[in-house]
Design a protein around this ligand. Structure first.
Ligand SMILES: Cc1cc2nc3c(=O)[nH]c(=O)nc-3n(C[C@H](O)[C@H](O)[C@H](O)COP(=O)(O)O)c2cc1C
Length: 198
């Protein structure tokens, strides 16, 4: 595969990546999607299993209906875990105009083959590869964990042709950002020990 022209080096992308929640209407080209999938499958994979497979949705009407379907499922699932702080964010999910996919027009769901011993780890590593590659190409991305319960529903799985032996692990929206990128702040790394030879 020819290497795409990246706008940022990998380390720049790592520092610049943020969850993007406002997107321009411009569709992500299929050649770009192919580059993102290529980046995803370069992730480390336990026992060389490569247990991932992808669902790609670029249909805004389908995404809106999936969002409407997922919102009450997510709220009922999260109900017992919520803190006061989370409550404020969860109020959004009761708004009919709130689209959990942030009106992006591309959703890539990374699915994992359930028999592979570390399929969730493999899929999340693929997800991060994909999000960093997206950022390096000046695309935005966001993990949409709140969509996950919907991908367990048989009718949704049938519609998206997800086989029974696969589980949806990482739903990621991708698109052209329509917001300013503000670098993230993070706590300093906690280091329990740092042991080296004397
Ligand atoms: C497992 C997981 C699930 C997430 N689910 C959502 C989600 O449903 N909706 C959303 O807008 N962001 C979601 N996020 C994004 C986080 O909110 C975001 O990564 C976090 O606030 C840190 O911000 P940053 O990605 O800009 O550094 C999720 C992130 C992870 C890792």
């Amino acid at each position: 595969m020819p290497v795409p022209e990246f706008e940022k080096s990998m380390f720049e992308a790592l520092l610049a990546r943020r969850s993007v929640r406002r997107y321009k209407p411009r569709k992500v080209e299929s050649s770009t999607i192919n580059n993102l999938l290529e980046a995803a499958v370069r992730a480390p994979t336990a026992l060389g299993q490569e247990p991932w497979a992808f669902v790609i949705i670029q249909d805004k009407i389908l995404l809106k209906s999936l969002s409407d379907y997922a919102k009450p499922l997510f709220l009922s699932q999260i109900h017992q875990h919520q803190s006061k702080q989370a409550q404020h964010k969860l109020d959004l999910f009761n708004r009919p105009d709130f689209n959990i996919f942030h009106d992006a027009n591309t959703l890539i769901v990374i699915c994992g083959e359930k028999n592979a011993p570390f399929f969730t780890a493999d899929c999340w590593l693929a997800a991060e590869n994909m999000m960093l590659a997206a950022c390096a190409m000046n695309l935005g991305s966001c993990v949409i964990g709140s969509a996950l319960s919907a991908f367990e529903v048989p009718e949704v799985r049938t519609k998206l042709r997800i086989p029974d032996n696969y589980s949806a692990v990482a739903p990621i929206v991708i698109g052209y950002p329509d917001e300013k990128n503000i670098p993230s702040s993070r706590k300093s790394p906690v280091v329990f020990s740092c042991i080296s030879e004397v």
